[in-house]
Design a binder for this molecule. Structure first.
Ligand SMILES: [Zn+2]
Length: 251
């Protein structure tokens, strides 16, 4: 089911890690941002889009991790974009991503996996401002839809996922700090933040999300073990959390 969270911005949440598929109405039609996850869910999303009655004109992937590189034939053979760095990384790791997708979810159309190209400099059909940064994944981008008061944050500012550092690149604590500063600047123009995973944040919750991620990263910066409400005993990202702490101490 699609929920309209702002004018012309809809969200559908998957049971898989509370993943948000996002639909944005652009000038010429709909842009799908990070649609996911299971094949049956992608099919239901296509039903939802049919009900909206507006054609899909493009896709956008916020970053080149497998759960943000999915597509379904019913969305149409339209251009799918990412940042230039994101598109390059997605093409290099396409087979690995396909394997991870096949292992993690069912019914994913693997032949359509990861087929993204660099977004044109003028943004092409994708509305708003692309905020590219170096945190979490190569070529990660948020999309600021200032006219709707919405920030699409990718895998940042989640209420369920802790900040996940990219373990393969240097100075990810610094990269995360810079990214949060830029997202904080962007968030001054919005009252809704849609994370890649978790609940949509509205009103005061937006500042709370920024504060939670800042606090986590600042603890890493001090060489401490972050204390964070998202780190329950069953949280599947505990290993990633441990790797964050170790990575920060090595820096
Ligand atoms: Zn993700």
């Amino acid at each position: 089911m699609l929920t309209e969270v702002a004018d012309g911005v809809w969200v559908r949440q998957s049971a898989w890690v509370w993943t948000n598929s996002i639909v944005v109405r652009g000038e010429d039609g709909l842009i799908l941002v990070d649609p996911g996850i299971d094949g049956s869910e992608l099919n239901e999303l296509a039903d939802d889009l049919d009900r909206l009655g507006i054609p899909v004109v493009a896709g956008f992937s916020t970053h080149p991790h497998w759960d943000h590189l999915l597509w379904h034939p019913r969305f149409g053979d339209v251009p799918r974009y990412a940042t230039a760095a994101g598109a390059h990384a997605a093409s290099l790791a396409r087979e690995r991503g396909q394997r991870m997708a096949a292992e993690s979810a069912s019914g994913i159309p693997l032949e359509l996996f990861g087929l993204v190209t660099p977004l044109p400099a003028d943004g092409g059909p994708v509305p708003g401002e692309i905020i590219e940064h170096q945190a979490h994944a190569i070529g990660h981008a948020a999309v600021l839809l200032a006219d709707r008061g919405v920030l699409l944050a990718g895998d940042m500012l989640s209420d369920v996922l802790i900040p996940l550092l990219d373990s393969r690149r240097p100075d990810q604590v610094g990269a995360y700090e810079t990214a949060l500063d830029r997202l904080g600047e962007a968030a001054r123009h919005v009252d809704v933040v849609v994370p890649g995973h978790g609940a949509v944040a509205a009103g005061p919750e937006v500042a709370a999300r920024l504060a939670a991620d800042h606090a986590y990263i600042e603890a890493l910066r001090r060489g401490e073990e972050p204390v964070d409400a998202r780190l329950g005993p069953d949280a599947p990202w505990l290993p990633a959390h441990q790797s964050n702490v170790e990575q920060a101490r090595r820096q």
